[in-house]
Design a protein around this ligand. Structure first.
Ligand code: RRO
Length: 307
């Protein structure tokens, strides 16, 4: 079984890696990912300055998933640039994730990471949890201004982490920008803005932003799958796609491959289960591929059948 895949020309030994978010903000955490079966080392979305993030409680874990408003706690982009040479020895691709508050922030960070030792740059256009900061991926005019400012700043492939879309017109607008600005890969989807209420206390379960946060886990899988599929069709295989949302088993990962993903990222399951999840999900997925007669990731990619 050939489990290799490629994202924007960068080879990955398997198609299962960690998603930006859980347990990837410190060197210790990144080393744990490096020592796991995750096919790459994805870093926490970073900002220009270090951030403590939002006030606690800000993370609520429940059986079907997680719900949080972390507010971008991270060490600041310079630290992650400094981590990259130390992480090189693990011989797997390193992916930076950037989240700016302005065009200048994005330009500064993309430029700096282009000169760093990371292999891929994921630009987060979909952080839902910072007060007063809209999700840029929903504002196509703003998104275009950003893309214009940071593409072409270097040779490393740049991708976008997108929010979930629901309207075909929005998919088309984003796909047009992706092609116009030669974006190399997409990561679909970020968490979905939600509210969870504790009926006993009659209160919110997290403190920031009056209890509104991003939900992840089992029940966001259908949204992730539709986003991967629709972009796969609109982009006609010209752009690599990483699927993320509700993957806890090899079957979930297999469904994302059928939808058109080149690789899948694991967030909530990694948060709950720890670094052993990458090997387990990969083994489960390989079993399914074998049973169904697929001998590679590529051979299953996009093979969704229509009724
Ligand atoms: O740190 C966060 O609150 C956060 C980020 Br940057 C993101 O992209 N998605 C999310 O659910 N939380």
């Amino acid at each position: 079984m050939n489990t290799k895949t490629k994202i924007a020309g960068i080879e990955l030994d398997s198609c299962i890696l960690n998603a930006s978010g859980p347990k990837d903000a410190t060197m210790e955490e990144l080393e744990a990912i490096a020592n796991s079966a995750s096919a790459a080392i994805m870093m926490k979305s970073c900002t220009i300055e270090p951030r403590e993030g939002n006030e606690e409680p800000r993370l609520y874990v429940f059986p079907e998933g997680c719900f949080q408003s972390m507010g971008l706690p991270n060490l600041g982009y310079k630290k992650y640039i400094g981590f990259a040479p130390q992480l090189k020895k693990f011989k797997k691709p390193i992916i930076a994730s950037l989240a700016g508050f302005s065009k200048d922030d994005y330009v500064t960070m993309v430029e700096a990471f282009q000169r760093s030792e990371v292999d891929l740059i994921e630009v987060n256009l979909s952080c839902p949890n910072v007060e007063g900061k809209p999700i840029v991926g929903y504002d196509f005019e703003q998104a275009e201004k950003l893309l214009k400012s940071f593409v072409g700043l270097g040779e490393k492939p740049v991708g976008l982490k997108l929010p979930a879309y629901y309207d075909m017109n929005h998919f088309q607008q984003m796909a047009k920008l992706v092609l116009k600005y030669n974006i190399s890969f997409l990561t679909c989807i970020n968490t979905i803005t939600s509210l969870i209420i504790n009926p006993e206390t009659e209160a919110t379960v997290i403190k920031p932003r009056k209890g509104i946060g991003g939900v992840s886990g089992t029940f966001i899988k259908p949204f992730g799958l539709s986003n991967v599929r629709i972009f796969y069709e609109l982009l006609e295989n010209k752009v690599s796609i990483m699927g993320v949302g509700g993957i806890s088993t090899g079957t979930d990962a297999f469904e994302y491959l059928l939808a058109g993903a080149d690789a899948v990222q694991i967030a909530t399951t990694f948060e709950k289960e720890g670094p052993g999840c990458f090997e387990r999900i990969n083994n489960e997925m390989k079993e399914i591929l074998k049973r169904k007669g697929y001998n590679s990731i590529e051979s299953a990619k996009g093979k969704l059948k229509y009724l």
